[in-house]
Design a protein around this ligand. Structure first.
Ligand SMILES: *Cc1c(COP(=O)(O)O)cnc(C)c1O
Length: 369
């Protein structure tokens, strides 16, 4: 059986360091907002190239707190419209709804799966009452969205730009690094992410001092000082123990991303089956391959083939947000690009601990499909 992602193998590389960090935590008892959170925030901000990083309980909260922070600061108000890609993990959309804003779904570029300037421009031009105030760009599957195209519109229409960088830790281009190319960015450290904790975790990165101050309040009951509450806050802090684990894994992130790119290149060079549409990749470091996603016309048949050959697979994601029961108020929308993508995509095994032998096996099996 070739695993999709071997979480045991990924984390076992750090077992001794994890155990030492756990023992120290058990001795110190600084479980909440201790020194590991403070140190991780400095280290992750430095890694992303931002002035600030604020740890949160998870990626969804990171997104939600950014939006609520901008509402507190008067840059957004309840009911404003926020553009989201129609093809994303549901968290992107939920954050908008939790902040009492309105999501506007925009179709992706069918090759990169990301927002691009062209589709965005059409949507913004149709917004004649100018109620679109922000864009959340998602760097889906680890590839940076079309920043140049998006930035033009952001400047022209004075919009806030927010990144959902939950799948893109470390992706960069000459325009900057994921987390540092917008007003504020949200990361997830869910265990399967490129930088994954041993539980839930998330972070916000930003250069905006006032936003940093506000989300620091919001994540901690609206409070700077114990039992003094300034805002209607949340309880959404990054665990100190998870921060300790993340500090250890952050040191391996660059090498892990390099490995993921090498696997992607081997897939792209090795798979020569015309039934599989390979992902668009320009060969640069703007992609960290959280997922290696192919498209296939008869997915049911392909899944049967993979199962028979004991190759694990996943679908990121089987149902688009606007067709989810929870979001039935959007089910009337017609988003054909997104709907077609969701019917055809499938993610192949991809992880920094995949061996060359496993990779070769997958490639040769795929070429016999
Ligand atoms: C994982 C993910 C999130 C949410 O992160 P959690 O830590 O699970 O809350 C948000 N957006 C995208 C694109 C994700 O992949």
């Amino acid at each position: 059986m070739i695993k999709f992602l071997d979480l045991h193998k990924i984390n076992n590389r750090f077992r001794d360091e994890f155990e030492a960090a756990f023992s120290k935590c058990l001795e110190d008892t600084h479980f909440i907002l201790g020194e590991n959170v403070a140190k991780f925030e400095v280290e992750f901000a430095q890694y992303c190239g931002t002035t600030y990083c604020i740890g949160t309980a998870n990626g969804l909260d990171a997104l939600t707190l950014i939006l609520k922070g901008y509402i507190e600061l008067g840059k957004l108000k309840k009911g404003d419209k926020v553009i989201v890609p129609a093809n994303t993990f549901i968290a992107t959309v939920l954050s908008v709804l939790h902040a009492e804003l309105q999501p506007v779904f925009v179709e992706p570029n069918p090759h990169t799966y990301n927002l691009d300037g062209k589709h965005l421009e059409t949507t913004i031009n149709e917004d004649t009452d100018n109620t679109i105030k922000a864009i959340i760009m998602v760097h889906l599957y680890g590839q940076l969205a079309d920043l140049e195209g998006i930035n033009k519109l952001v400047k022209r229409h004075q919009l806030l730009l927010i990144e959902d960088a939950a799948q893109a830790h470390g992706a960069f281009s000459e325009l900057g690094k994921a987390g540092a190319i917008s007003n504020a960015a949200a990361f997830s450290f869910y265990p399967s992410k490129n930088l994954g904790a041993l539980g839930d975790g998330g972070a916000i990165t930003t250069n905006d001092k006032r936003l940093q101050e506000t989300v620091k309040l919001l994540r901690n009951y609206g409070s700077h000082k114990k039992y003094k509450n300034e805002l209607i806050g949340h309880n959404s802090r990054l665990d100190d123990l998870q921060a300790a684990f993340l500090r250890i894994k952050l040191k391996a992130l660059e090498a892990d991303n390099t490995k993921r790119r090498a696997i992607a290149k081997a897939y792209i060079n090795g798979i020569n089956n015309p039934k599989l549409k390979l992902p668009f990749y320009d060969g640069s470091e703007n992609h960290v391959f959280y997922a290696f996603v192919v498209e296939v016309e008869d997915r049911e048949d392909f899944i049967g083939f993979l199962n028979k050959n004991e190759i694990q697979w996943l679908i990121h994601y089987p149902i688009p947000p606007h067709q989810q029961k929870a979001l039935s108020q959007f089910c009337h929308l017609k988003l054909p690009v997104t709907e077609q993508i969701h019917k055809r995509i499938l993610s192949l095994p991809m992880s920094p601990v995949m061996t060359t032998a496993e990779l070769k096996t997958v490639i040769s099996i795929l070429n016999t499909y």
